[in-house]
Design a protein around this ligand. Sequence first.
Ligand code: ADP
Ligand code: MG
Length: 396
Amino acid sequence: MKRTLESLESQPLEGERALVRVDFNVPIKDGKVTNAKRIVGALPTIEWLRQKGCRVVLMSHLGRPKGKRVAEFSLEQVIGELERQLGIPVQFIADPLAAEAESLTRKMKRGEVALLENTRFYAGESQNEPELAKGFAKLGDFYVNDAFGSAHRAHASTEAVAHLLQPAVAGFLMERELQYLQSTLAEPERPFVAILGGAKISGKIDAIEALLPKVDEILIGGAMACTFFLAMGFEVGTSLVEREKVDLASRVLDAGGDKIILPVGAIVAQTLDSDAELRSVARDSIPAGWAMYDIDQDSREDFIRRIRRAKTVVWNGPMGVFETPPFDAGTVAVARGLAAATGDGATTIVGGGDSAAAVAAAGLESKMSHVSTGGGAALELLEGKALPGVEALDES
Ligand code: ADP
Ligand code: MG
């Protein structure tokens, strides 16, 4: 386990400058934050540090400015929302590498908060450049990483900087993510069921292979299922498939045996349209010219039965094209199944940007044990990979 903020409880932190990597990569429209979820997620860490009398210096990326100053991606746009959430003024440090940036942080009072300009305005950020990390490190006395969503990237603000400040610890949001996606899944209460979906088998194959030896069952939905159907010798019409992955799917089917549970039927249509004519067909009867856009009712019921038998469930990837109703029905049904399982006492974990969005759209977020804030980072943990931003932190 990594050292956490809580482990600093008895340390004299008063007056120390906490350099905190947060994930304020929030949606912005007309200069205003349209969804403050990520800011709210960082509040426990910020408030804890303030109460300890720290001076809190926050840094984050926003969008993909590719190493240049782009007004559209300035974090100054986030200041208003952050001030509203914290109920105090927040200082904006527009040029974190300028000589006066350090003196600005040293002039801050205990409990005050500052936010640095977008870390990705510097090309060295994505190159994990030590020089840039040194510049950031001057602005803090110790380091806290609470940006789980960026932890799978070795960037100057997530990796290199963690080696320059002591202690370097995980914030509360980061701790919670690791608790669920690492600790719980390392020793899951059984039965342990994984649900994988989404568009492509190629993006999820590492997760399938890493999960297979650990899970009791792996339920597969989404377009991914169609590549498995091809491997089973079924025709799939115009469904989204990866023909070059059919051999791989065959091998996974052989290796997985009874553990791999595929849909028994599909909701198909000729066009991806909300008012297109729908048919519900068995998986071996997808007509030519029609595509699978969702799992059918029998599959939903089968998946839900398996989910409700489980004690641990992890879900990554929607069951269908949930962005276009009514093809969201299978995804919503599975989300409801997870919610019911949580109610029965199971631990339910949702990782994956689109799956998390589907759960939120269905209003079921609070009914899951944990909905991850980091799509890519969550997937990498499911693949059994180490996250550079986590590895760089102190051991507990
Ligand atoms: P996550 O972000 O949760 O990891 P992915 O990004 O892997 O999920 O996959 C989400 C995408 O998969 C969605 O855009 C969805 O429309 C698409 N998808 C799911 N099922 C199908 C299908 N049957 N045909 C085409 N696209 C699909
Ligand atoms: Mg996605």
